[in-house]
Design a protein around this ligand. Structure first.
Ligand SMILES: NCCC[C@H](NC(=O)CCC(=O)O)C(=O)O
Ligand SMILES: NC(=O)OP(=O)(O)O
Length: 312
């Protein structure tokens, strides 16, 4: 594996999950692997979990992490090809990526979508430019259309907590006050499609995700029907994909409640807005896996970094 930019970079999810579980049992076992190697983390957007768990993963492998908030702290980066740079951007990604590649052995990037320009977002301009112009491996820490470190984490968490051989997993849309990306939902879908689970998606009409990602995964527009006999309910808000970037509904009837959840476990990537997306009674109960999920971010990242280091 040269880069980790999408769930498609996982060749065999079951063996990856097994290896992540082994790493979790003895996180410092490979501390010599990353000796004298530098991990660069570049953030164009806010983060708590990704920023800390990816650094923790690098430290567990003996790497030296260096972190930069690119938006605001660095010079504005130009991504366009052939642009006359007489506007607000001060340096081109061609120089920026080449320079950072000299300081770092692996570069991880977070760059969210605009949610106003679908073509630009789907082109993954920022992530793909780093892949193109950097000379070291690139890790996606949540791009315009995917969050594969999260998707791998979620697959690991479901595997750890499954009580039956083929659990039923539901991805449910929930209300939110802001227009939010599709990245987490996309990578979760792609991860579940690789797992041996019964997987369904539920959301109000108008919130259908990219049909190329959905494939033949069933979509049910009735949340109650979708939740029947669920073992895991993974919740996420996203904005409309067809009416790109729009909030069509803030219908509070779609909020996750203890009553709706029944015996299922609740999952969310975090950060989560209490009593908008999910009620307190769920998050404050044993049904919630969100803290265990966030812990697994370290081991998912550590597995990815280990594979990249072994391939340097
Ligand atoms: N990295 C995890 C999720 C990040 C982002 N959530 C947010 O922006 C929530 C912001 C808020 O609730 O104000 C998303 O949905 O993709
Ligand atoms: N789940 C997740 O990616 O969280 P952060 O946005 O805090 O990194």
């Amino acid at each position: 594996m040269k880069n980790y930019t999408s769930i498609h970079d996982i060749d065999d999810i079951n063996s990856w999950i097994a290896e992540a579980k082994t790493l979790k049992q003895d996180p410092l076992k490979h501390i010599a692997l990353g000796k004298d190697k530098t991990m660069g983390l570049l953030f164009f957007n806010s983060s708590l979990r990704t920023r800390l768990s990816t650094q923790k993963a690098a430290l567990n492998l003996g790497m030296n992490p260096i972190v930069m908030n690119v938006s605001g702290d660095a010079w504005g980066i130009e991504f366009g090809d052939g642009t006359v740079m007489n506007g607000n951007t001060a340096e081109h990604i061609k120089e920026a990526a080449a320079v950072v590649s000299q300081y770092c052995d692996i570069i991880a990037v977070r760059a969210f979508p605009t949610l106003t320009d679908k073509v630009k977002d789907e082109s993954e301009q920022v992530l793909k430019s780093f892949v193109k112009y950097a000379s070291v491996p690139i890790v996606n820490m949540e791009s315009a259309t995917g969050h594969p470190l999260q998707g791998l984490t979620d697959a690991l968490t479901i595997s750890e907590h499954a009580k039956v051989a083929k659990p039923k997993v539901v991805l449910s849309w929930a209300p939110h006050v802001k227009t939010l990306p599709h990245a987490v939902a996309n990578s979760f879908i792609q991860a579940m499609q690789k797992m041996d689970v019964e997987f369904v998606i539920t959301h109000p009409e108008g919130y259908d995700l990219n049909p190329e990602i959905i494939g033949d995964t069933p979509v049910i527009y009735n949340q109650e029907e979708a939740f029947a006999n669920a073992d895991f309910v993974y919740t996420k808000n996203w904005c409309s994909y067809s009416d790109y970037g729009k909030i069509l509904s803030e219908d509070s009837n779609w909020m996750i409640t203890k009553e709706k959840l029944g015996n299922a476990k609740f999952m969310h990537c975090l950060p989560v807005r209490r009593n908008v997306v999910v009620e307190d009674a769920v998050l404050d109960s044993d049904s919630s896996l969100v803290i265990q999920q966030a812990n697994n971010r370290t081991y998912a990242a550590q597995l990815v970094l280990k594979k990249l280091l072994e391939n340097l």
